[in-house]
Design a protein around this ligand. Structure first.
Ligand code: GLA
Length: 411
């Protein structure tokens, strides 16, 4: 009998250690990062696979010289195609021709400019650009990124076969946690697996759609997949505002401002709507050669303040008659941002009576807009002038494919 109990005891203790029950993995993100939507630059929209260390350093220099850093942009993110090969122990190395000094030296440079460095990988066997993916190497790659001094990881979803998305992103979150360096985790699975339902504690932002295309209003058909114009991406955000908030943002993809296809009015509309959506503001143009118009759009501090507002509430669409949309975003201290978006090809004259436009944001902030109960001063955020107060109806014109963006300041 004694022997029997002894063997049970022995069996159960062996059983416990074989299961590794004394180590609990932490599958959650670093909670203190991205309290407001991340701001930065990424190489993909303009340069695709053509990335190298000199270009990345020059982009950091341009971010400082242009005033973008001082306006709040922080991350310099290398997208796909920086990779070389894995060594015999499985550690990833950068392409030696494009990044001869190594990523650690690049991170040191970026940090010395008061900025942070982002990198890109993929949950599958290969990235979308055919470079080595992290599947099976998650903990090793996270450790490598931490050793290099990386601050932000965009984690893509190509070549994942039947991988489970929630599990794959949790694995990378756990790997980053284990590596010990606070790194923003940007989930990029295009909304296919509804990350807004499971990723609040896993990543800091998640793509809500396929890739943006450099046009205001078009769909680009690549055969097996499509990419989407600014307006098409905007429409794909419907129903998602309740899932975003401080530390966990809907990501409608990076900006196309300054990439040549949009008019200045369309660029303003694009930037304003990303600000209204509390979207990450990740520029995607060549910062070294941008013109003054582009620089002014990207550094408009009044619009950026709407995006970076501490409440972290996405705008709601108050009205939509097809070509003309009115959006409201609750802000700190009782203020509101309001956008009158003209998507159409003709200028739009309108009269907007504030006092008869009372509503309550039941879904997220529970705030009521009531211009009868309170008066607001109206600031025009692009023309930087006052438009009076909400005690009188607003009469204005929005040019074709442009926007009027206002801040209502509670008196
Ligand atoms: C996917 C992503 C893009 C970009 C490319 C890189 O398409 O959605 O944002 O990272 O891969 O290959």
């Amino acid at each position: 009998m004694k022997k029997f109990f002894l063997s049970i005891l022995l069996y159960s203790s062996l059983h416990v250690s074989a299961q590794g029950d004394n180590y609990v993995q932490d599958y959650t993100k670093y909670p203190e990062l991205a309290a407001t939507p991340p701001m930065g630059w990424n190489s993909w929209n303009k340069f695709a696979c053509s990335v190298d260390e000199n270009m990345i350093k020059e982009m950091a220099d341009a971010m400082v010289a242009s005033g973008m850093r001082d306006a709040g942009y922080v991350y310099i993110n290398i997208d796909d195609c920086w990779h070389g090969q894995r060594d015999e122990n499985g550690f990833i190395h950068p392409d030696p021709d494009r990044f001869p000094s190594g990523i650690k030296a690049l991170a040191d440079y970026i940090h010395s400019r008061g900025l942070k460095l982002g990198i890109y990988s993929d949950a599958g066997s290969q990235t979308c650009g055919g470079r080595p993916g992290s599947r099976g190497y998650e903990f090793q790659d996270a450790l490598t990124y931490a050793r290099w001094g990386i601050d932000y990881l965009k984690y893509d979803w190509c070549n994942t076969e039947s991988l489970n998305a929630e599990g794959a992103y949790k694995t990378m979150a756990a790997a980053l946690k284990k590596a010990g360096r606070p790194i923003v985790l940007s989930i990029c699975e295009w909304g296919d697996n509804k990350p807004w339902l499971w990723a609040e504690n896993v990543g800091h932002l998640w793509r809500t759609s396929g890739d943006i295309y450099n046009c205001f209003d078009c769909i680009e058909d690549h055969g097996t997949w499509k990419s989407w114009g600014v307006m098409q991406i905007l429409d794909k955000q419907e129903g998602l505002r309740k899932y975003a908030g401080p530390g966990h943002w809907n990501d409608p993809d990076m900006l196309e401002i300054g990439n040549g296809a949009l008019t200045p009015g369309e660029d303003r509309a694009h930037f304003s709507m990303w600000a209204m959506l509390a979207a990450p503001l990740i520029a995607g143009n060549d910062l070294r050669s941008m013109n003054d118009e582009t620089r002014k759009i990207l550094t408009n501090r009044r619009v950026i303040a709407v995006n970076q507002d501490k409440l972290g509430v996405q705008a709601l669409k108050y009205k939509d008659d097809g070509d003309f949309e009115i959006w409201f975003k609750p802000l700190e201290n009782g203020d509101w941002a309001v956008a009158f978006l003209n998507r159409g090809k003709a200028a739009r004259n309108f009269n907007f009576d504030w006092k008869s436009s009372t509503f309550t944001d039941e879904e997220v902030s529970r705030r009521t807009f009531d211009a009868g109960a309170a008066t607001y001063e109206i600031a025009d955020l692009w023309n930087n002038k006052s438009l009076g107060t909400t005690s009188r109806a607003l009469k204005a014109i929005v040019p074709a494919r442009d926007i009027l963006m206002l801040r209502l300041i509670k008196k």
